[in-house]
Design a protein around this ligand. Structure first.
Ligand code: TRP
Length: 437
């Protein structure tokens, strides 16, 4: 449940739809699903396996299983990556809180789609309010991590997440019954293969890893807490399927409405924040559903932010021998600064732009397009080439009957298929193949 809570978050409901919109619709979805099944699920299995075998945090796990210090760098990569993710993730989580407030004041009612778009543009490019909510969300996460109430949050989210799913389904129904909804469904489900470019493939890979919380050791940490009789393959399947269902549902809730309302699907991060409020104004009980939706979205975001902050806190407190509390406060302070800069880069301060990309975009870009795929690459290499086969076989066969054939197939995947696929996707994006041909 905790792993599912980490996986399901803004990545599914906010990031996935806008990535689909920017990368050509159904063709992206198809490649995304291929990436989840062929690369994401094996890497998640590897992370669980490493964590449970070593029963230690990221750095400790690599140290223990490889018997040396070289792989500890992976822990560092995870921490750096966690820092970049939180820098923009908290900004978006903060937007969610603003939208709870707006929904509660019934401020969506009577606004046209253009009005809602203008509202979002004004709000996100202003300086004070986004920063306020950004800090509020960081404090909330800090509180949960320091007070150690994750257990409580997880219990709540177990009860609350089905409601988020329910509201998403209601939104899907409303969206699909709008005029011209079929254009949106075609956009999402009818692939136009000419849309597939190297960039689309790399985006799909990055999005798959982001959504499944892979590549920076988050699932290694969670794996270290998994009971030894748990069937890892089943857990991987459950988390991945649930995560993908939530992503596809939010696509179905958004795209028919996007086309019905004449919104540009490729407009980027604001897509969800403009489209969904429009849908709420057009459905019965929209006032209540809007509030509930943004509350639940914030809780889904919270179960993700605690899992990411935890990576940094565990590392700082163990490597610098300080208390968890101090580690949490110091890392949060640093992130307050970096995420404030990300937020300001969206409009309030134009100096925070580099090569035409805002600081906010840079963090997102570094994480999804570079650091997470690189992390996944090395995790595959580690399990394929540096773990003993006995460790792998033992872990896979706890609570499951696993034939030698399956172990060999899995190792083959991790030794060759996953690393080579990630490498090819990178080279392809860099244009190496174009040069060759
Ligand atoms: N998967 C989460 C989402 O979709 C984000 C997330 C949580 C994450 N923990 C992570 C991403 C660890 C990478 C690594 O919103």
């Amino acid at each position: 449940m905790a792993a599912a809570g980490s996986a399901v978050g803004l990545g599914n409901i906010w990031k996935f739809p806008y990535e689909v919109g920017q990368n050509g619709g159904a063709a992206f979805l198809l490649i995304y699903i291929l990436c989840v099944v062929l690369l994401g699920m094996p890497v998640m299995l590897s992370e669980f396996l490493i964590g449970r075998r070593a029963r230690a945090n990221v750095a400790g796990a690599f140290r223990k299983l490889s018997g040396g210090n070289r792989w500890v760098l992976m822990g560092l990569l995870g921490v750096v990556c966690a820092f970049f993710i939180l820098s923009f993730y908290f900004v978006v989580a903060g937007w969610g809180i603003e939208y709870i407030y707006q929904a509660a004041c019934n401020n969506f009612a009577g606004k046209t789609t253009d009005g809602l778009a203008r509202f979002f543009a004004d709000f996100s490019s202003s300086s004070f309010r986004p920063l306020l909510w950004d800090v509020v969300f960081i404090l909330l996460t800090l509180y949960v991590v320091v007070a150690g109430v994750e257990k409580g949050i997880e219990r709540y989210s177990k009860i609350l997440m089905p409601f988020l799913l329910l509201i998403l389904i209601l939104l899907c129904v409303r969206s699909v019954t709008m005029d011209n909804a079929s254009a949106g469904l075609a956009f999402l489900f009818k692939p136009d293969f000419s849309k597939i470019t190297p960039t689309v493939i790399l985006s799909a890979l990055g999005q798959a890893f982001f959504s499944l919380s892979l590549g920076l050791g988050c699932m290694i940490t969670y794996g270290s807490y998994i009971r030894s009789d748990n069937n890892l393959m089943r857990t991987v399947a459950q988390v991945s399927v649930l995560d993908t269902i939530v992503a596809v549902l939010s696509g179905v809730a958004i795209f028919p409405a996007v086309f019905a309302l004449g919104i540009d699907p490729a407009q980027g991060p604001q897509l969800v924040f403009v489209t969904l409020p429009s849908v709420f104004t057009q459905m019965p009980g929209g006032y209540i559903f809007a509030i509930l939706f943004f509350v639940l979205l914030s809780i889904a975001a919270l179960t993700s932010t605690i899992s990411i902050l935890e990576i940094m806190v565990a590392f700082v407190s163990e490597e610098f021998h300080c208390s968890r509390k101090n580690a949490a406060i110091v890392t949060s302070l640093v992130i307050v600064i970096s995420s404030a800069l990300c937020s300001l880069s969206l409009g309030a301060d134009t100096r925070l732009t580099l090569f035409g990309r805002t600081l906010f975009d840079w963090c997102d870009f570094l994480v999804s397009k570079i650091l997470m795929p690189v992390g996944g690459f090395f995790i595959a290499i580690f399990v394929g080439w540096f773990c003993s086969k006995k460790d792998v076989r033992d872990e896979l066969s706890h609570g499951a009957v696993v034939s030698e054939w399956f172990v060999n197939a899995f190792l083959f995947l991790m030794r060759f298929v996953v690393p080579i696929a990630i490498l090819l996707i990178f080279l392809n994006e860099l244009g190496v193949f174009d040069l060759l041909s």
